[in-house]
Write a protein of this length. Structure first.
Length: 294
């Protein structure tokens, strides 16, 4: 089965940037690109004077636009990326339902994410938020002002990692992304002091250094076999005190891609996105790959 990267299109600058990013990634990975525009056409509309449902006119600008969007986007990408295999379609489904279904047989799902500024970063829309929280496949979110994927040079791939609960799929995704880009992998691990430490009444520089060394050692042990699998990837480890979220956001300023995990679990109010991943989604200035795992 051929590899496929799916892009969710809605005509926004964010989704068009996502399509461009995905096209570059498809060329890099020799994958097919599939553009999906989810739009439900309503065969009847309310009459402006009577308030009664009547058939729409044969000329429906909104429907015509929905038909043109995937076709015209595919044509532009084909012109910019000769030789790239591109499929485009309009799906008569609600966006979340359509995108989750399209992602089931894809290697990657790419969506646009609304960015307010370099400081505010991501303002994840309701569709993207719902898809990220429920998708069983990796999802990448791209801002409208993101630079083309091929223009990042040797900027790092950044991975947020919890050594106590490492997941092979998340780590492998990050190493492969760095290897394909011929760039370094920067691994950020946030660790916290034991609960009782805050009640000791005094700080102990020696104890701080010892716990930092232990955290660093755990990180090194987890990454050791992956270094052997990807000898061409230079790995830089960073163990930091506190939550990893702010450090990953800071690292995103000079990153080609930020990779984070999301556990497949349900909360009482629905699918759950962890606080670190949530922080990165809202504030990262680089594209973010969210990898679901058990």
């Amino acid at each position: 089965m051929s590899r496929t990267i799916v892009v969710g299109l809605d005509g926004s600058p964010e989704s068009l940037a996502a399509a461009e990013w995905a096209a570059c990634e498809a060329r890099r990975t020799d994958a097919q690109l599939r553009l999906v525009h989810a739009w439900l056409w309503h065969p009847y509309v309310y009459g402006p004077l009577t308030g009664v449902l009547v058939p729409p006119s044969s000329e429906d600008p909104e429907r015509e636009w929905a038909e043109r969007l995937p076709r015209e986007t595919a044509a532009k990408l084909a012109a910019d990326h000769p030789g790239l295999s591109i499929a485009a379609e309009r799906v008569a489904e609600q966006p979340v339902t359509a995108l989750l279904a399209a992602a089931e047989n894809a290697e990657l799902l790419v969506l646009g994410s609304r960015g307010l500024s370099g400081v505010a970063g991501f303002l994840t829309g309701s569709v993207a938020q719902a898809v990220v929280s429920r998708s069983r496949m990796p999802v990448v979110l791209v801002r409208a002002d993101a630079r083309p994927a091929e223009a990042h040079g040797h900027e790092d791939v950044v991975l947020g990692l919890v050594p106590e609960h490492p997941d092979a799929s998340v780590i492998a995704f990050a190493f492969r992304a760095a290897a394909r880009r011929a760039t370094d992998l920067r691994v950020v691990h946030g660790w916290s002091l034991p609960p009782y430490y805050g009640y000791s009444g005094a700080t102990d520089a020696g104890a701080d250094a010892e716990m930092l060394a232990e955290a660093q050692q755990r990180l090194t042990e987890v990454l050791s076999p992956w270094r052997e699998k990807f000898p061409g990837v230079e790995v830089r480890e960073q163990a930091v005190i506190g939550g990893a979220g702010p450090h990953l956001v800071e690292a995103s300023r000079n990153a080609a891609l930020v990779v984070v995990g999301r556990r497949n679990r349900q909360s009482p109010v629905g699918a759950h996105i962890g606080p670190v991943t949530q922080a990165v989604l809202h504030h990262s200035t680089a594209p973010v790959a969210v990898i679901p795992h058990d």
